[in-house]
Design a protein around this ligand. Structure first.
Ligand code: MRU
Length: 351
């Protein structure tokens, strides 16, 4: 099965698989300006924390192709500001922008064609590294999933949410590649239906046995004894191990604990935010009310009703059995294990 390519840099611009249209249509959108990239992130043409980071990096490179030689520093900052204002929760966005800024600072003042080439290279590198990181996470995580397990997952933490292979779905793919018989239960993930539309599409396409459930069925199945573990991705992990992920993750973690089911989070270290002591400090994106009141453009809610639409919730670290990263598996106490992994460039697992 050909690998899903979520995002690609081309001479025409940044090409994105349009995830709003999946699974009905497999179409691509070409962003020809950084403002179009920002709009694509905001409207969820591309989504998922690591993929948003790659898109932002490519958006910066694209923006500097548009910039003239008048005041490149001001142009750079304007581009970064626009991209940073798209989605507040996934820290990979800010991590990628910061990485692009570091490169820009090293080469600013040099001829613009050289600056542009270097920024394109850096964006491509961020994409390539994400792919490698996901494979490493898969290797570490696969060891936690016994043969014959049914894994429950939420939202989409797959190839579509990354440069490829996925985080949570990368662990599932790696376990399958190791010869284990793994099945997946995917929560549909209201209101944007990432589970039903994206995770189910990705897994069925790869021949991985997948069962779709509505979000309110999760407790029933976790209690049934059939689910071996829960694996989800993350948008931001605080220094103490509290995890922000798609709305609906927190109740899954509580239900998993209640029923003795391990709850794993798979996330690259670029999702770690050591500047935040705990999850209460993570900004939670509020999305438009229409995502709740309407389904595919058809109103399903009574007129006049109030709506809240937080896109993410925070799972307290005490519910997290382990956090799978590219440098190994972190366990409680997370304040120590995560810091050790973040500070350990050799990739050795902490003892
Ligand atoms: O709103 P989304 O679709 O961007 O939310 C995505 C998630 O919550 C994912 O679980 C998370 O970004 C990890 S993706 C590897």
């Amino acid at each position: 099965m050909a690998m899903i390519e979520t995002i690609r840099w081309t001479d025409e611009g940044v090409v994105l698989m349009d995830q709003r249209k999946l699974p009905r249509e497999e179409t691509y959108l070409t962003c020809r300006s950084y403002r179009e990239v920002a709009e694509a992130i905001r409207t969820m043409v591309i989504r998922g924390a690591p993929a948003i980071g790659v898109a932002a990096a490519m958006g910066v490179a694209l923006g500097m192709l548009e910039a003239d030689s008048g005041d490149p520093d001001a142009a750079f900052e304007q581009i970064v500001r626009t991209l940073a204002a798209t989605r507040p929760t996934a820290v990979n966005l800010f991590w990628a922008l910061e990485r692009m800024r570091r490169v820009y600072r090293e080469i600013r003042g040099q001829p613009l064609p050289l600056v542009r080439r270097r920024l394109i290279e850096e964006a491509e590198r961020i994409k390539q590294e994400d792919l490698e990181v996901n494979r490493a996470m898969g290797r570490h995580g696969a060891a936690l999933v016994p043969d014959g397990t049914i894994v429950l997952t939420h939202c989409n933490a797959g190839a579509l949410a990354t440069a490829g292979y996925g985080t949570a779905l990368g662990v599932i793919r790696a376990a399958r590649e190791a010869g284990k018989r793994i099945e997946v239960f995917a929560c549909e993930t209201r209101p944007f239906l990432q589970g039903a539309r994206l995770t189910a599409w990705e897994l069925v396409r790869d021949g991985i046995p997948t069962t779709l459930i509505t979000d309110n069925m999760a407790g029933h199945f976790l209690k049934s004894g059939r689910i071996g573990c829960v694996i989800v991705g993350a948008d931001r992990i605080a220094a103490n191990g509290d995890v922000a992920n798609k709305i609906g993750t927190y109740p899954l973690a509580v239900l998993a604990r209640e029923n003795g089911v391990p709850f794993y989070v798979a996330a690259p270290l670029s999702t770690l935010d050591l500047t935040l002591a705990c999850g209460d400090l993570i900004p939670i994106e509020q999305r438009p009310a229409e995502e709740v009141t309407h389904v595919f453009g058809i109103r399903v809610a009574a007129e006049g009703v109030n709506v809240e639409n937080p896109a993410f919730d925070v799972t307290p670290h005490r519910y997290v059995t382990a956090i799978i990263t590219e440098r190994g598996v972190a366990r409680a106490p997370y304040a120590e294990s995560l810091r050790r992994l973040a500070e350990n460039p050799m990739g050795r697992e902490p003892r």
